[in-house]
Design a protein around this ligand. Structure first.
Ligand code: NDP
Length: 604
């Protein structure tokens, strides 16, 4: 591969201007309010297509050791790590009809994980499984989730098609009362929440969606009953259909080539083009990935985390476009700091970024035959302003006569849906089927949603306390006033590209905490002083990437253009450093949050 050309100062100035214009063209005053959630009359878009009929069961009133909310990788790993610590009664409560989380819901055609499967799939060492592809199809990942759940006997106590509706701490018994939408009110000594960060599908908040007379669905609830076929294609139901797809993010990039193969005609409604880098998926053998000794997967995963966290390692085991672009991804991370002289650093950074983006734009030009279509597919922003995507089939799809790219940037996206189709500018595109690849609400699931109230000591409600005082935690996991409640997720915790790795470290931490509390007969609850110390650590060395997000085109990474990183504040150093910090704390200081008795309640 020839190294990308370093752009001249004049070229860099022109790029800066172009990026600013492209951003200004796209920023909307309504920001994240432009979307609507898939509840109430739009609940159809979030219904479970994989469960025909929910089996009736009696409401539960029993007591378990650990209740885990969420049956995705976070919940499954928590269950598995709890089992390894000897916990017996572990109950996972899951909204879907089976385990898998994201991989349960998302089964759209073409679905793959774009992180290397040998580092993305957790517990490969423990299950003895070696993925067959460098980038695994979604179904293989879903089956692996089920494999872990079976191995650790997580089905025995699991509740599917069930949503937790409230958590209430009962001081007298020292247990949580877990209420659900199936009438359950059981007790749990410990509760772990693992409800994901991108799990609620969202739709554009434009008029007319409800009036569309054709067929419509969200990519995370793919309707194979209508399209026919499966994740590998063969959608014979679409062969004579005019299909519109809204959205060209990581999902759209995977789906569109599959629709192009099977549909009568595809209209791709694009607002901001993604960066689409080389995929080069291939079959792999155990030999290729060094799966010949115990711990091989842990080593590979750690190697990957170090590289994408900006550390220097002897060898890049994964060696793909994520790891090769690690230097440019760093600015997404909380560990990002300018180094050395500010001007020199920024100049070098900008040049490297421009070289990478020029390479990606050249890829469009090389592949897409029609110059106007090619121009519209080019991304004009810095690398990783939007989530990088990877495909070798995406751009060639636009050379087909039965695929039309509709650029909606000037109208801030599709403007209206009519009974017949989609309106952009002066044109109505008549459609038989309209598919929304419009993504997910960020960080609004579970206890952060407001639909799952958590009442701690003295009836204090978690979100209300946080609304007054800001989120208060120790390491993101635990909070004063909410004993034996452990949260997984990114709040005050680590962030990283390979989120299953982060989740597994969190699951290990939760299980060790619970095992220690059991051994001591203690409650898990940090003091306010411990929370204060943690908040001070988070504030101490805030990351240096606001400038980057402020210049990006809008998207969920920067709160739709509001110019600051999305989501809750995270640990300000790398995930590698966070994992080391946790390990050291468990070995030396864990006793500080294991209290023998009830605490004083929350000071408001
Ligand atoms: P995204 O939020 O990334 O993309 C939504 C798309 O919808 C964007 O292209 C957006 O345009 C477009 N859009 C929204 N509203 C409108 C509108 N009114 N008119 C036209 N277009 C509109 O969702 P995805 O489902 O693609 O991806 C979400 C996340 O899921 C990814 O970032 C990734 O974290 C994860 N994912 C991971 C995969 C993997 O392989 N690991 C695969 C797929 C998803 P605009 O950009 O202008 O806002």
């Amino acid at each position: 591969m020839t190294p990308p050309q370093v752009p001249s100062p004049a070229e860099l100035a022109a790029l800066r201007r172009r990026y600013r214009l492209e951003r200004e063209r796209r920023v909307r005053p309504d920001g994240a309010r432009q979307y609507r959630s898939t509840d109430a009359e739009f609940g159809y878009y979030a219904a479970d297509p994989y469960v025909d009929e929910v089996t009736e069961r009696e409401p539960l009133r029993d007591t378990v050791d650990v209740a885990v909310i969420g049956g995705g990788f976070g919940g499954i790993l928590t269950g598995a790590r709890m089992r390894q610590q000897g916990l017996e009664r572990v109950r996972i409560i899951e909204k879907g009809g089976d385990f898998g989380g994201t991989w349960y819901w998302n089964r759209y055609p073409g679905i793959h994980c774009d992180i290397e499967s040998h580092v993305y799939l957790p517990m490969l060492d423990e299950t003895g499984y070696v993925p067959e592809w460098k980038y695994a199809p979604g179904e293989e990942i879903r089956r692996h989730a089920v494999r872990i759940a079976r191995k650790f006997r997580l089905y025995s106590d699991a509740l599917f098609s069930t949503s937790v509706t409230s958590l209430t701490w009962d001081e007298e018994s020292g247990t949580w009362i877990v209420a659900t939408d199936r009438g359950d009110a059981f007790r749990a000594t410990y509760v772990v929440t693992a409800t994901g960060t991108l799990s609620e599908p969202k739709l554009p908040g434009i008029p007319g969606i409800e009036d569309f007379e054709g067929h419509t669905f969200h990519t995370s609830r793919w309707d194979y009953a209508y399209t026919g076929g499966g994740p590998d294609g063969g959608m014979t139901g679409l062969s004579r259909k005019r299909v519109g797809i809204v959205g060209t993010g990581a999902t759209g990039v995977q789906v569109i080539p599959m629709l192009a193969e099977d549909a009568g005609h595809v209209y791709v409604f694009q607002r901001t083009p993604s960066t689409v880098d080389v995929r080069a998926n291939c079959r792999t053998t155990a030999g290729d990935v060094g799966a010949d000794h115990d711990g091989w997967a842990r080593e590979r995963r750690e190697n990957h985390l170090r590289i994408v966290s900006g550390e220097t390692v002897e060898q890049d085991l994964v060696a793909d476009r994520w790891t090769m672009s690690a230097g440019l991804l760093e600015k997404l991370l909380t560990s990002f700091r300018r180094q050395g002289d500010r001007q020199d650093f920024e100049a070098a950074y900008e040049a490297a970024d421009a070289a990478k983006m020029n390479e990606l734009r050249a890829r469009v030009e090389r592949t897409v035959i029609d110059p106007d279509t090619a121009e519209r597919l080019k991304p004009w922003y810095r690398y990783a302003c939007k989530r990088p995507t990877f495909s070798d089939r995406y751009y060639p799809a636009f050379n087909r006569p039965d695929v039309t790219l509709v650029d909606t940037a000037d109208t801030h996206g599709i403007e209206r849906v009519t009974p017949q189709g989609v309106v952009v500018g002066d044109t109505t595109y008549e459609l038989d089927c309209l598919i929304f690849a419009t993504g997910f609400s960020v960080g609004t699931s579970g206890i952060h949603s407001g639909t799952l109230p958590v009442h701690g000591r003295g009836g204090a409600q978690l979100l209300r306390v946080w609304a007054q005082q800001g989120p208060r935690t120790l390491h993101g996991f635990t909070s004063n006033g909410f004993p034996n409640l452990i949260r997984l997720g990114t709040l005050h915790n680590a962030v990283g590209v390979n989120f299953t790795h982060i989740l597994d470290e969190q699951a290990v931490h939760a299980a060790v905490l619970v095992a220690a509390a059991e051994a001591k007969g203690a409650l898990i609850e940090p003091s306010r002083a411990a929370e204060d110390a943690w908040l001070a650590t988070l504030a101490e060395d805030a990351p240096d990437h606001e400038w980057f997000h402020a210049e990006c085109t809008p998207g969920y990474y920067n709160r739709e253009g509001r110019g600051r990183p999305n989501g809750a504040p995270a640990y300000p150093h790398s995930a590698v450093a966070f994992h080391e910090l946790l390990k050291h704390w468990r070995e030396n200081s864990m006793d500080e949050i294991l209290s023998a008795s009830s605490g004083p309640g929350i000071e408001l």
